[in-house]
Design a protein around this ligand. Structure first.
Ligand code: BMA
Length: 832
């Protein structure tokens, strides 16, 4: 048992004083125990039942093998967490002391010094409790009892008059994927997901602050400062003072007791606007808000704000109804993917920088935060602001129908208020969306089967109350003028309108087993989901499976495939376009190439269809555990072939080639907001580099455009070259050369030769090596790897005959020999 002697020291290290608002973070000296067999053990907080048990070696790694199945008992139990902390008499003299709990997952009762404080029942809310009267000078104890999420969901669900689609998870305001999803395990953790702290304040509590852009152009911005205050002192003079861009602006605060939302309008001349990645700078203004009482600062907050306008344009046009974002008056094509929580055992301590870096490097400008997960941390959205990653933010409702009783709706409405208010300070928030696929599921997935007419009406009314009243009203009231979208998608693929109105999830690919090509012809106005599964790299698989389990049918592998038809579909799609996989490692390679080629083909079709189509977000960006899923970036941050290829498919200027019988069509897409000069080279050549035809084109590509640039007559019909030749496009813009190979036949038909890939040079860099490769013949989808945990950028690339390619190997190793490196390409699978 640890001694508490060091407590006062550790607690006061994390003491911060912000002009009257004095905070003590309660992140140290936490203990946990199962409630029915008291055995306190130390644990790290933020954390949860699973992380605490793991830390104490009470459970095996939940991600290894099928351990998941043996640790389900954890969610059947109630759990206690407690900490002790010291308070001095000075602190206790403050007028108000609040216990702030920004993340309690989920149903729990709180006790301070054995006195009941209250209950919390929503993992997405920030719980605040007045504790001044219960605190002691000296030692205090905070105890939180969490009820079993699984049992509580069962009992609440059993009380419902009508069973709801989505089943028991819908009754708890807890990340819905904890109950199991087709990309992850069932792990219904309970715990403290964000640091609890004490907050002492006098006269006024400054809860939240933000600056909203009302209108903006290059000469002037109309801005609105919003403050969420709790005012206790109605006698003194209260003022707010804003420091921004070298100016100090003061505003009087009306002296009204209680919770207040106050706003002040002001202007800023010659604003530097905030732009999404790839379209301009991410200008952010440092701001400081001070609250003054009789001219003395009593509270302050600092943050950064971006000035931009964002509107979703959904209006009738000659095709149906548009769906695009107008940002600072410009139409922006959204490029990105769907984001899920990056760890099912996630706490607020995760660093968002690396994941957002992947998005930026992949030429994304948007992530959709999917409704079955959780709202992200401030630092996540801050990182998106800094990097120009727009956020499509779902409210946390997915694939189900939700209760509509008054206590559920009240809980949901406070959650929405808090989250919208919190996130409205970030420039990146582009849209609030009610839910993921609830509307679609209700109307087209047979959810209404066996439900009486009367109950159907009630369930649908409840849906309307939440998604067409409470949530849009909250967005209107608190957001940074963001648009609200009831449900993603607007229409399911069963309805013809799914390609002519709103956003679409096209699961014709994968779930309906359609070929990738099919989606090149089914272009919606904005694709918010489409995807294909792949295995993660072998180094990731070895983290959860032993050497003798490296087989799709092993226990471990089967437990890491959560889609019932997943493995069958993976093989089926590989066999359509590629040769059959002969062993496990070739299966991983071919599966990843299938996913990369297929998804990027569709992305290119979406981009070519601009402005009819104005977004392409594939499913899914990342993983919540090391499993088989639709992701491009695995749980450990490793890039699959998809992530490398997506980076190419999302380049701001993209040329595509399409060979018909009698000609070659060259199409160009530009996402730049200014005209751009390019040099283009078009080659029709064989795999050894013998050129049949070459053309050059120099010119200016119009801003924000997509057009057919050239039609080059060429008799593909007569010449029998589809299996031996390919089209190589090379283009230069902003001093950078790019290239892309386009093939004339299915990959399993190509008559590839041994490319003879060779290492030309290896040079040491600060974080690894530069490796220059060359090959004699075309090497399709070169995968370079070695046994250690190094990463290679780019990887899975095409190497043209005679071309030198520089690869960055990021590694901790000091030496790298030619013999350590292995290179394979499609040739190894086709001709062997
Ligand atoms: C989408 C998502 C998820 C799911 C994915 C793959 O529709 O919204 O519900 O994981 O399909 O099946």
């Amino acid at each position: 048992m640890k001694s508490y002697l060091t407590l006062s020291i550790t607690c006061f290290i994390s003491f911060t004083s912000l002009f009257g608002q004095m905070q003590i973070a309660l992140t140290k000296n936490w203990f946990y125990t199962q409630a029915d067999t008291i055995q306190w053990q130390a644990c790290t907080i933020p954390g949860n039942t699973y992380t605490a048990l793991l830390e104490n070696q009470k459970i095996p790694n939940p991600f290894y093998g099928d351990n998941e199945k043996n640790i389900q008992w954890v969610s059947e139990k109630n759990w206690l967490f407690k900490t002790k902390f010291d308070i001095d008499s000075k602190y206790l003299k403050q007028d108000n002391i609040h216990l702030e709990c920004p993340g309690l997952d989920t149903d729990c009762s709180l006790y301070l010094n054995n006195q009941y404080l209250g209950k919390a029942n929503n993992a997405f809310r920030h719980w605040t409790i007045d504790v001044k009267q219960l605190l002691n000078v000296g030692e205090n104890e905070l105890l939180i009892q969490f009820n079993s999420a699984s049992k509580l969901a069962d009992s609440l669900y059993a009380l419902l008059e009508t069973k709801l689609p989505g089943e028991k998870r819908v009754v708890l305001r807890k990340p819905q994927f904890h109950f199991g999803w087709d990309f992850g395990p069932v792990l219904m953790s309970s715990g403290i997901t964000d640091a609890i702290y004490l907050n002492a304040w006098n006269s006024v509590k400054l809860k939240a602050s933000s600056i909203h852009t009302i209108t903006a152009n290059d000469t002037i911005a109309m801005l609105r400062l919003n403050l969420a205050l709790f005012i206790q002192d109605t006698l003194s003079e209260l003022d707010a003072r804003l420091h921004m861009n070298g100016q100090i602006l003061s505003f009087p605060i009306q002296k009204v007791y209680g919770q207040q939302q106050v706003s002040f309008d002001f202007t800023l001349e010659n604003p530097k606007l905030w732009w999404p990645n790839g379209t301009g700078e991410q200008n952010l203004y440092p701001c400081k808000i001070e609250i003054l009482k009789n001219e003395t600062i009593i509270a302050e907050k600092s943050f950064k704000t971006g000035i931009r306008t964002i509107t979703l344009i959904h209006e009738p046009d000659r095709f149906g109804k548009s769906f695009y974002f107008l940002i600072n008056g410009k139409k922006i094509f959204c490029k990105g993917a769907n984001y899920i929580p990056p760890d099912i055992l996630y706490t607020q301590t995760l660093d968002p920088v690396s994941i957002i870096k992947t998005a930026v490097e992949s030429n994304f400008n948007m992530l959709r935060i999917w409704g079955g997960g959780r709202y992200e941390s401030d630092s996540f959205y801050q990182t998106c602001d800094e990097n120009g990653i727009l956020i499509w933010q779902d409210f946390m409702y997915a694939c189900g129908m939700y209760p509509g009783d008054s206590s559920f709706l009240l809980n949901a409405s406070i959650e929405a208020e808090e989250q919208v208010q919190r996130l409205s300070q970030f420039a990146c928030i582009a849209l609030w969306c009610g839910n993921n696929e609830n509307n679609e599921g209700w109307h087209r997935w047979g959810w209404q089967f066996l439900i009486s007419h009367e109950n159907k009406e009630r369930i649908w009314n409840d849906y309307q109350k939440l998604f067409n009243a409470i949530l849009p009203n909250t967005v209107r009231k608190y957001s940074n003028l963001n648009s609200y979208w009831e449900s993603s998608p607007l229409f399911g693929r069963g309805d013809d309108k799914f390609i002519s109105e709103g956003d679409a999830h096209d699961w014709g690919l994968w779930h309906d087993e359609m070929p990738f090509e099919k989606l090149e012809d089914r272009i919606p106005r904005f694709m918010s989901e489409f995807g294909f599964q792949s295995l993660p790299p072998i180094s990731t698989i070895k983290q959860f499976a032993s050497e003798n389990e490296l087989d799709l049918d092993s226990h471990s592998l089967r437990n890491h495939q959560k889609h019932p038809r997943g493995n069958k579909l993976i093989n089926q799609y590989i066999n359509r376009d590629f040769p059959e996989a002969k062993n496990f490692e070739s299966l991983i390679y071919l599966n990843q190439i299938t996913q990369a080629e297929g998804i990027c083909k569709i992305i290119r079709a979406h981009r070519k269809a601009k402005p009819y189509c104005m977004g392409s977000l594939y499913w899914q960006f990342n993983d919540c555990w090391p499993g088989i899923s639709w992701s491009g970036r695995d749980y450990f941050g490793k890039w699959k072939a998809l992530q490398h290829e997506v980076k190419n498919a999302f380049r701001p200027i993209l040329f595509t080639a399409n060979a018909n019988e009698m000609d070659l069509t060259i199409h160009v897409v530009s996402d730049f907001l200014e005209p751009t000069n390019v040099e283009l080279e078009i080659l029709i050549q064989d795999f050894t580099g013998n050129v049949l035809k070459s053309e050059k084109w120099n010119g200016t590509i119009e801003e924000n455009s997509s057009l057919e640039l050239l039609k080059i007559p060429f008799n593909f019909k007569k010449l029998d070259i589809r299996e031996t030749h390919y089209i190589l496009l090379k283009w230069k813009y902003k001093n950078q050369w790019n290239s892309q190979c386009y093939f004339l036949d299915k990959f399993n038909k190509l008559k590839l030769n041994d490319p003879e890939i060779a290492i030309d040079t290896i040079e040491k860099t600060t974080n690894g090596f530069f490796i220059t490769l060359k090959s004699k013949q075309l090497a399709k989808s070169v995968y370079i790897y070695e046994d250690a945990t190094s990463s290679f950028f780019p990887n899975y690339f095409d190497l043209n005959p005679g071309e030198f390619k520089k690869i960055h190997c990021i590694t901790n190793q000091n030496n790298l020999n030619n013999t350590d490196l292995k290179m394979i390409s499609l040739f190894n699978f086709i001709n062997n």
